[in-house]
Design a protein around this ligand. Structure first.
Ligand code: NAP
Length: 520
């Protein structure tokens, strides 16, 4: 029998008492690991974080924590090949695993480096300068940020078992707050493997990071106003946890990253001959296929000028038709399976709903995909073809409301920019949008209209394409999160995210006293 996943709680590894349920290889349905189904008593876990973890983490300065993040990044970098092999079980190709694994470790380096360069060697952050409030100059106010005294509880989605943990952990730790990580069940074995390495490295102080591989029931019941809850997952899950009575009544700081109907718009300045046409098509195909479309930032809605939509459709179909699909262990394969067959059923159901007003122009959600590798097992693996849908009018409701969390995107024609920008807003809040244009006037109008609806906007053209990080990459320097449907949360954005884990306080007093606060 496969090994059951352990939790790392109270400073030691804990083996669950039950046999748990089996987690399956996405490509073969062979057992990979088991995860406990027995409820856990979370109160001691949270108390350990608040007590031991909080004290040990806050004993160090920002500079010292930044150095620990860098060292942790170095330690984990040496283990990337092992993590990548394990990631294959989740259905992720080696190339796509880098987005999760190398990307997650990259967040540690960026926060380590930014912390070392931009933060003081102290325990609180000053926010602005002393402002004098009286004519005689004897009274003023200074704002400061100090770390919350609770735990940063993370509930993560299945698609980024490494990045999802590390992108939340790095800013929390740098701010001075310990983390309790609850990974999504389907891919928790990869998170567990990374946590084992983190703990073995001995770099982090006691209690800085705990891992719970158990049902989440009861995890929220003892949260206080000094704790934080960050949830990444579906709209249903994030909305339900937001309404949790303890979260609501204790004003627990809550951040959600949820579904998002991200868009990409090709400017009307493009023609089939321009570099922007090609950039748009390549970006769309990458977002449809990378991690088999299981990316929160993936392009779901592609807006194309009416007279270019046939050309875009043909170019996307052409590229998709050359991409081998199969077992991620096969080096020729570009698109692996979905994480599991339940996920495939969810994607098929969402596509059925999208087909109410749209038609599929590439792929068949039920059939063996084109270019299916002979080495792969269609009956047992969670395989699905990339699916390109086309809508004759962007006014239909479905493409703006239904997220198929797989290799699925929709082409939507538009006649004028204002109409397209109105349609983009119908996603009711998204993580990211890209505007592919060489015309600065189009870009400026798009930014003005789309910014309130998005956490991140990419203006892509031939001038910046070579250095662009791409539509879907959630980089630590930029905001990850979005309003409304995207969950209303905000993560990353460099050191700005530290304030999510800290209390801003106005301290009023004499200017001499306030000046000395910098030394605390
Ligand atoms: P999910 O089913 O909503 O689950 C998300 C997490 O919540 C999992 O760890 C899940 O545990 C846990 N959970 C479910 N019910 C819970 C409850 N009642 N109390 C506490 N925890 C609970 O989402 P998923 O299938 O893992 O991920 C796919 C979804 O996440 C997609 O909709 C995608 O758009 C979204 N997503 C968003 C982002 C972003 O950054 N915005 C990133 C990635 C994914 P189990 O795994 O044990 O069910």
């Amino acid at each position: 029998m496969t090994e059951i996943l352990h939790s790392y709680i109270g400073g030691q590894w804990h083996r669950p008492g039950d046999t748990g349920r089996t987690l399956l290889d996405a490509a073969t349905a062979e057992p990979v690991a088991r995860i406990s189904t027995e409820p856990m008593d979370y109160a001691p876990v949270l108390n350990y974080a608040r007590g031991v973890g909080g004290n040990t983490v806050r004993a160090s300065t920002f500079q010292e924590r930044a150095a620990m993040l860098k060292n942790l990044g170095k330690h984990l970098t040496a283990k990337i090949p092992e993590f990548t092999e394990l990631s294959l079980f989740t259905g992720t190709t080696r190339r796509d695993a880098a987005v999760d694994i190398d990307g997650g470790i990259g967040v540690l380096f960026v926060y380590g480096s930014k912390g070392a360069k931009e933060l003081p060697d102290s325990h609180v952050l000053l926010d602005g300068d002393v402002e004098l409030l009286g004519k005689a100059g004897t009274f003023g106010v200074q704002h400061l940020l100090s770390p919350l005294l609770g735990a940063a509880v993370q509930i993560n989605a299945f698609n980024f078992p490494v990045w999802g943990m590390l992108e939340k952990f790095a800013p929390a730790f740098l701010a001075g707050v310990p983390s309790v990580v609850r990974p999504a069940s389907a891919t928790a074995y990869l998170t567990e493997a990374v946590v084992r390495e983190i703990i073995e490295s001995g770099i982090l102080p006691d209690g800085a990071l705990q891992l719970v591989c158990a049902p989440p029931d009861g995890l929220l019941d003892t949260l206080t106003g000094q704790d934080l809850l960050s949830v990444t997952g579906s709209h249903e899950t994030t909305a339900a946890l937001r309404r949790h009575p303890v979260v609501a009544s204790n004003a627990v700081r809550y951040t959600a990253e949820a579904d998002s109907l991200n868009s990409s718009l090709l400017g009307a300045d493009a023609t089939q001959e321009t570099a922007e046409f090609d950039l748009f098509v390549r970006g769309l195909v990458t977002e449809m296929t990378q991690k088999t479309g299981q990316k929160c930032t993936a392009i779901r809605r592609a807006f194309v000028p009416h007279d270019l939509i046939d050309a875009v459709e043909n170019a996307v179909r052409e590229r998709l038709s050359h991409m081998p699909i199969g077992d991620p262990r096969d080096p020729a394969v570009r698109i692996g399976p979905l994480v599991g067959r339940d996920q495939r059923e969810d994607v098929r159901a969402a596509v059925t709903r999208l087909r109410k007003t749209g038609r599929i122009v590439f792929g068949d959600p039920e059939a063996v995909p084109e270019n299916f590798a002979s080495t792969a097992d269609f009956d047992n693996g969670a395989y699905i073809s990339p699916l390109l849908l086309r809508f004759d009018s962007p006014d239909a409701a479905e493409p703006h409301t239904i997220e198929a969390f797989g290799p699925v995107s929709s082409l939507l024609p538009y006649d004028n920019l204002d109409h397209a920008l109105d349609q983009i807003a119908r996603g009711e809040g998204s993580l990211a949008a890209s505007i592919v244009t060489a015309d600065e006037r189009i870009a400026a109008r798009a930014v003005a209209a789309a910014a309130p609806w998005h956490g991140r906007l990419l203006i892509l053209n031939s001038d910046n394409a070579a250095e662009s990080t791409g539509h879907g990459a959630a980089i630590p320097h930029a905001v990850h999160g979005g309003p409304g449907r995207a969950g209303g949360g905000e993560e990353l954005a460099g050191l700005r995210s530290l304030s999510h884990f800290m209390q801003r306080t106005s301290v009023q007093g004499s200017p001499e006293f306030l000046a000395a606060l910098a030394r605390t």
